[in-house]
Ligand binder design. Structure first.
Ligand SMILES: Cc1cc2nc3c(=O)[nH]c(=O)nc-3n(C[C@H](O)[C@H](O)[C@H](O)COP(=O)(O)OP(=O)(O)OC[C@H]3O[C@@H](n4cnc5c(N)ncnc54)[C@H](O)[C@@H]3O)c2cc1C
Length: 382
């Protein structure tokens, strides 16, 4: 029997779940996405979770497995054809530290983590001249840690690819803001667009920072808050940047080269701006200057061709969650993926799709407990 399933929110998590569910013959799938402020299409695109001092083991497990899943997932999506390098490419990562001791510390962390994460690839400490062989515009005097398995992804193009494949498999994509509700006396759920209301047996809520808007009217307290992220794109017209690695200098700004001389610099982490998406050009110009001090003038004064702004979702303890919404059987949600949601996204989408299909989840749900962050208020008051 065909099961009617809806997904609200088609960033990387919802679009990944959509692609996977669209392959199932007995699922009738509708995807709703409004799109304003979407984190995924604003994101910088770094997939390189290994060289970090963050100690949360469950978070690390999620992002490590998420990074490992990317090439596997995209090969499946491409059905044997090459993964478009404009969407995803393993170009390697360079991690810079001012102090030589930190370089060695991060290299040692990488060596230890490589045992469980062979996808980290070749690990090395590169001298300034070796760095210049990969990125001719490097003018610094410090060495850097190199991990060849690091990748860059264009979040917007990834979502487009996944949704187009899902549509080809028969899913409907509705680009509208929707409201979600229960249906009295039934096990179905109602999704309301401007024009109509439709009922579904199972719903995935992948609405990121907007999850509280969806669940608060149903008397839920949702521990998720928005964080604004802005970045700048510059153009290096004279350089072939497609194979340049992702660069992570010390400080807030990373440098992510894409094809055609496009280089992303960013991003900001602004906790006090709510859902405001206004571009602050002065702030971003300053960020580009501060983030490129170890590069030559060609990068430092490259023309800025685009500014972008989007919203990340955080929980109060910075931990991500997913699973079945308490007291709403067959409704599943994920959020709180923060600044590594692009990395974890396809895998979390897979886990949600598995839940809808009644399959065991690839990640252990108890490690990312939704019930800590999504609580029915009346129940809470008992
Ligand atoms: C500037 C920036 C840089 C980043 N860089 C990186 C990076 O380098 N590496 C990394 O791993 N992560 C990065 N991230 C984080 C990552 O982008 C996010 O964590 C991830 O994209 C979240 O995906 P998501 O699918 O949960 O949510 P989103 O991509 O935010 O998608 C949620 C969607 O739900 C829709 N929606 C919500 N409510 C409704 C409704 N009622 N009706 C219809 N639609 C609705 C929204 O419009 C939106 O399109 C970055 C984020 C930002 C902002």
């Amino acid at each position: 029997m065909t099961k009617k399933v809806a997904i609200i929110g088609a960033g990387v998590v919802g679009a990944s779940a959509a692609y996977l569910l669209s392959k199932e013959d007995d699922i009738d799938l509708t995807v709703y996405d409004e799109g304003t402020g979407q984190g995924t299409s604003a994101a910088a695109g770094i997939i390189s979770p290994w060289l970090s001092r963050r100690r949360n083991k469950k978070w690390y497990h999620m992002v490590r497995e998420g990074a490992a899943y990317y090439p596997v997932f995209l090969s499946d999506v491409m059905e044997g054809e090459a993964i478009p390098s404009s969407v995803y490419k393993q170009v390697g990562t360079l991690l810079f530290k001012k102090k030589e001791a930190y370089i060695h510390e991060m290299f040692a962390i990488g060596e230890k983590r490589k045992i469980d994460a062979p996808e980290i690839g070749e690990l090395a400490i590169l001298s300034p001249d070796e760095i210049r062989e990969k990125v001719p515009l490097y003018s610094g005097e410090n060495s850097a840690v190199w991990a060849s398995g690091g990748a860059r992804v264009d979040g917007g193009k990834l979502v487009e690819l996944l949704l187009s494949k899902a549509e080809k498999n028969g899913a409907k994509v509705v680009r509208q803001h929707v409201a979600f509700n229960t249906v009295k006396g039934s096990h179905q759920y109602a999704i309301q667009t401007e024009q109509s209301t439709e009922q579904f047996e199972s719903v995935i809520l992948t609405a990121s920072a907007w999850l509280p808007d969806i669940l608060t009217p149903l008397d839920y307290a949702v521990d998720v808050r928005p964080q604004k992220g802005q970045l700048a794109e510059v153009k290096l017209a004279e350089f072939d940047t497609q194979d340049w690695p992702v660069m992570m200098p010390e400080g807030e700004s990373d440098i992510i080269p894409f094809e055609d001389g496009r280089v992303i610099i960013g991003a900001t982490h602004e906790d006090d701006k709510g859902f405001n998406l206004t571009i602050d050009e002065d702030m971003l110009d300053d960020m580009v200057q501060k983030g490129t001090t170890i590069f030559t003038e060609e990068l430092r004064s490259a023309p800025i061709t685009q500014y972008r702004s989007g919203t990340r979702a955080y929980t109060s303890d910075y931990a991500p969650f997913f699973g079945e919404v308490p007291e709403l059987p067959n409704v599943y949600a994920a959020s709180g993926l923060g600044s590594t949601g692009l990395t974890a996204g396809p895998l979390v989408g897979k886990c949600l799709a598995e839940s809808v299909l009644g399959l065991p989840s690839t990640l252990n749900e108890a490690d990312y407990p939704i019930w800590n962050y999504v609580k029915k208020k009346s129940r809470d008051n008992c």
